[in-house]
Design a protein around this ligand. Structure first.
Ligand SMILES: Nc1ncnc2c1ncn2[C@@H]1O[C@H](COP(=O)(O)OP(=O)(O)OP(=O)(O)O)[C@@H](O)[C@H]1O
Ligand SMILES: [Mg+2]
Length: 262
């Protein structure tokens, strides 16, 4: 093989390697390979890094006191222990502005009408997606979000009876088209979940809980119906689990489901 043939072969080999590295990185490979090429040759260096995972956006959904926050923390820890970089965030919230909106949304006695509630939620979402979630995904982090678009469908659509088409359109605009690759819906009987949630929040608000928790039992049953119908509509994305007797058992179910998308 002449010098020209040898150089061509070398260029081909580098291209094949680069492609392989891209594929491995997408799968969250333990090592990243840097190719440093120069006029005198090239050098490979293997560098141990945190596992990266492009576009892995997971949301945790459920009614009041279903265990979303607890399970989100447990999942974050499990993924970090497995070597992944993880951002755990929540809706409404995640940025200073969105956390301020959250405070408004949860404060009782504001006489907030349903439509204003929807717009506030979507404003918080747009801010959150643009300033926190998209940059983290770009860096290759796995993003876990405690509540997301399905909460809006369940609470403002089925709970408040706002138009579902309007909600879906606003959800799409506010999330810049970002849809989770996986959503875990933790199903709990509303009366049971509310009892737990109100006990937890009674120190911050009052015995009736925050503005949403203090809604009627009918409202919470409608929200649950909304989640169940969403899960039926998007069975590939939304996986339903029943809240288990212990946190560990619920966590084990979640680990299994998440394992399938890693
Ligand atoms: N399966 C479970 N078994 C026992 N305790 C649980 C279970 N799930 C949640 N809990 C407990 O219930 C409480 C509420 O859980 P958590 O705050 O995670 O729920 P949440 O869905 O985030 O609630 P909220 O709607 O108020 O945000 C916590 O004290 C948690 O330890
Ligand atoms: Mg919570």
């Amino acid at each position: 093989m002449g010098l020209f043939g040898f150089t061509n072969r070398l260029v081909q080999m580098i291209d094949i390697l680069k492609n392989e590295i891209k594929i491995k990185n997408r799968r969250g490979c333990k090592y990243r390979c840097h190719i440093i090429s120069g006029s005198y040759g090239f050098l490979f260096s293997l560098e141990k890094t945190m596992k990266k995972h492009e576009n892995l956006f997971i949301t945790i959904e459920g009614g009041e006191g279903s265990g979303k926050t607890t399970q989100s923390f447990l999942l974050k820890k499990y993924l970090e222990d497995s070597g992944y970089e993880v951002l755990l965030t929540r809706e409404p919230g995640g940025t200073v502005l969105a956390e301020n909106i959250r405070d408004i949304l949860l404060s009782p006695n504001l006489n907030l009408i349903a439509l204003s509630e929807l717009f506030l939620l979507e404003a918080a979402r747009a801010q959150h997606i643009k300033n926190l979630i998209l940059p983290a995904l770009k860096k290759g982090k796995i993003v876990i979000c405690d509540r997301f678009i399905d909460s809006t469908v369940a609470y403002q659509g089925y709970g408040r009876k706002l138009d579902l088409q309007l909600i879906n359109s606003l959800n799409l605009v506010a999330s810049f088209g970002l849809i989770p690759i996986l959503t875990i819906y933790i199903d709990v009987i509303p009366s049971k979940g509310l009892e737990i949630a109100k006990k937890n929040n009674s120190k911050v608000y009052n015995a009736c809980g925050d503005r949403i928790e203090s809604e009627s039992m009918q409202f919470h049953n409608d929200v649950r119906k909304g989640y169940i119908e969403q899960a039926r509509k998007y069975p590939k994305r939304i996986k339903v689990i029943k809240s288990q007797v212990t946190l560990d058992r619920t966590h084990a179910l979640i680990k299994n489901i998440v394992g399938a998308v890693l």
